[in-house]
Design a protein around this ligand. Structure first.
Ligand code: ASP
Length: 581
């Protein structure tokens, strides 16, 4: 037997008990004739003590141990004179009488501490050591708990967990596929699923009524903080549902997770904001509602006053920042620099200070008088003491930049409190978006999303105006998930493929099996999928989803630990009918 207890469970109630513990050496301290060792396992840290007076050999042996040695000890629990109230085991220590070295360790390349000295690359190369760190363990255990609660919630609602294949055919999520050459079928390839979308729809046609899966998806896209090549979705589908049914089921799941994981009771019904309002008020389809600062359109009232910059702008709008009229010149310069960054792309920033005494000071005083500026302030619901920040230019561009500026100001003002959660559904997305490069429409969600009944007539005349039965769940400005009610009529589906520029043959080749299945009694159905990594990262309060994935890829798509991707043998290439170029 290696242990009677773990390293996180002994306290004052166990004094005088004879115990056996096993774990890793976290730290060794020699103080006079005493040697103290912090012994660590998944459950915590327990202090071991060796006294040179009582057992010289044992103490000498302990002094020779190194960091990360794996040891097993026997001894007696004793009350500590120097107590550490911060940890559960901090009131006791183990007076050791037997020490077994189970395995030696080389000195690890970085310290196994929360605040480690190891850089990103080094930690990824030795990820198994990195994962020993408490911060990482905490995140992975949180991930496990969330998955467990998701399953519990969905099982209670009769959802059935069904696995879908990984070696499939191109899926319709709009990213690049990963492909796998087939050895048995010369010159042919599988694609890895960007999502199980088609299979879950087929499962509805197969009569399973409610499906879910916590499943790996693969998209060959450039990596960012919230993107990995392989990521995990909570993927769901339901039969005989309308949009409200789906939203209700998954609002329940979100509330269940808030409660069970964050001990946060979110009682209200989630706000539903149309896509159009989200863009107009917040400049983005994933607004952070932890704070206000809505965008206000000033285009009409700010034009035609000799200020050529505005007169030549398609769109002028701003946000009003509370109690910030005293913003310094230096800070305003910094903000101007911020909005001009290429990734934000505003041409410049106009500010208006609505001072406490009711006066105005602006960067456009040459062109606008007090009456004009007070008119702007009134339009923006600004109060004395507020600072108006205004951007201008092409409409979509400007809205986008305003969204970034709003988030920046929220951050600066400390309004993006990570202990607060503000969820919402964004609904009524456009069905299609025009792709100028390809001169055709793309599905905004995916080609199986149903148009709103009342908009179907526009499909032939003004397709860009058609709204979809599609929805996204957004929490604190993070797109946590999305889905739609699906088309279940084969004629409408065929029409959709046509609109998306598929020839009959191509639609048949790629999705023929689905169209065929639609001939055999497809029920109305809909569903959604949630980015599990993103959700865990949000609850763990970390910036990158890498921190909640055991073995993530780096930003170049590499796993530095197992050194992949890597070249393969010529023999293997030959077998797969592939050639090096
Ligand atoms: N398959 C979709 C996605 O991955 C989600 C859905 O429509 O259910 O975004």
């Amino acid at each position: 037997m290696y242990r009677t207890n773990n390293c996180g469970e002994l306290n004052i109630n166990f004094v005088n008990k004879e115990v056996k513990l096993s774990g890793w050496v976290q730290k060794i301290r020699n103080l006079g004739g005493m040697t103290f060792i912090d012994l660590r396992d998944k459950y915590g840290i327990t202090q071991l003590v060796f006294d040179i007076e009582t057992n010289e050999n044992l103490c000498e042996k302990a002094r020779k141990l190194g960091r990360e040695y794996v040891i097993s000890v026997e001894g007696k629990v004793a009350e500590r004179s120097n107590k550490n109230k911060k940890i559960f085991t901090g009131e006791i220590e183990i007076i050791v009488n037997k020490l077994i070295i189970l395995n030696a360790s080389e000195t690890p390349p970085f310290t196994i501490e929360d605040k480690t000295d190891g850089g990103d690359e080094l930690r990824m190369k030795y990820r198994y050591l990195d994962l020993r760190r408490n911060v990482n363990q905490k995140n992975l255990i949180l991930r496990h708990k969330m998955a467990f609660e998701v399953r519990k919630y969905l099982n209670n609602l009769n959802f059935v967990d069904i696995e879908t294949p990984v070696l499939i055919k191109s899926t319709p999520e709009g990213a690049r596929d990963f492909v796998v050459p087939s050895r048995m079928n010369k010159g042919e390839f599988y694609a890895l699923p960007q999502s199980p979308q088609i299979f879950k729809q087929l499962l509805m046609i197969a009569g399973y009524d409610r499906y879910y899966q916590i499943v790996k998806c693969f998209r060959d896209e450039d990596l960012r903080a919230d993107r990995q090549l392989e990521f995990t979705q909570i993927d769901c589908e339901m039969s005989f549902v309308e949009q409200e049914d789906v939203l209700e089921a998954f609002e329940g799941m979100a509330k269940h997770l808030f409660k069970k994981i964050k001990n946060f009771d979110y009682k209200k019904k989630f706000l539903q904001l149309t896509y159009e309002d989200a863009i107009n008020f917040y400049g983005t389809d994933k607004p952070d509602l932890r704070f206000g600062m809505k965008i206000k359109n000033l285009t009409e009232i700010a034009k035609n006053k000799n200020f050529e910059v505005f007169n030549n702008s398609e769109f002028i709008a701003g946000i009003s920042v509370e109690k910030s009229a005293n913003y310094s010149r230096k800070n305003l310069d910094k903000l101007t620099k911020f909005v001009r960054k290429p990734q934000i792309g505003a041409k410049g920033l106009v500010y208006v200070k609505y001072n406490e005494d009711g006066s105005f000071k602006s960067s456009v005083d040459k062109f606008y008088d007090k009456k004009d500026l007070s008119n702007w302030a009134e339009n923006m619901n600004a109060k004395k003491g507020d600072l108006l920040l205004i951007l201008f230019g092409e409409k979509n561009h400007t809205l986008n930049a305003l969204s970034e500026l709003r988030l920046e100001m929220g951050e600066r003002m400390g309004l993006r409190d990570n202990n607060k959660f503000e969820p919402l559904w964004v609904v009524d997305f456009p069905l299609l978006e025009w792709k100028e490069e390809d001169k055709r429409y793309n599905a905004m969600h995916h080609p199986f999303t149903s148009p709103k009944k009342e908009d179907i007539h526009l499909l032939d005349t003004d397709a860009s105006k058609v709204r979809a039965n599609a929805y996204d769940l957004v929490i604190n400005g993070v797109e946590i998930g999305g889905g739609s009610i699906r088309i279940f009529d084969k004629n409408l589906q065929a029409k959709m493929f046509k609109l998306l520029g598929f020839t009959k043959e191509k639609a048949e080749n790629q999705f023929g099996f689905l169209m065929n299945a639609f001939k055999y009694g497809a029920p109305p159905h809909g569903g959604c999928a949630f980015g599990f990594d993103r959700w865990v990262a949000l609850f763990a309060d970390v910036k990158s989803i890498k921190d909640v994935i055991a073995f993530p890829k780096n930003n170049s798509g590499k796993d530095l630990m197992i050194n992949t991707p890597s070249e393969i043998e010529d023999e293997q290439l030959k077998e797969l009918f592939l050639q090096k170029i």
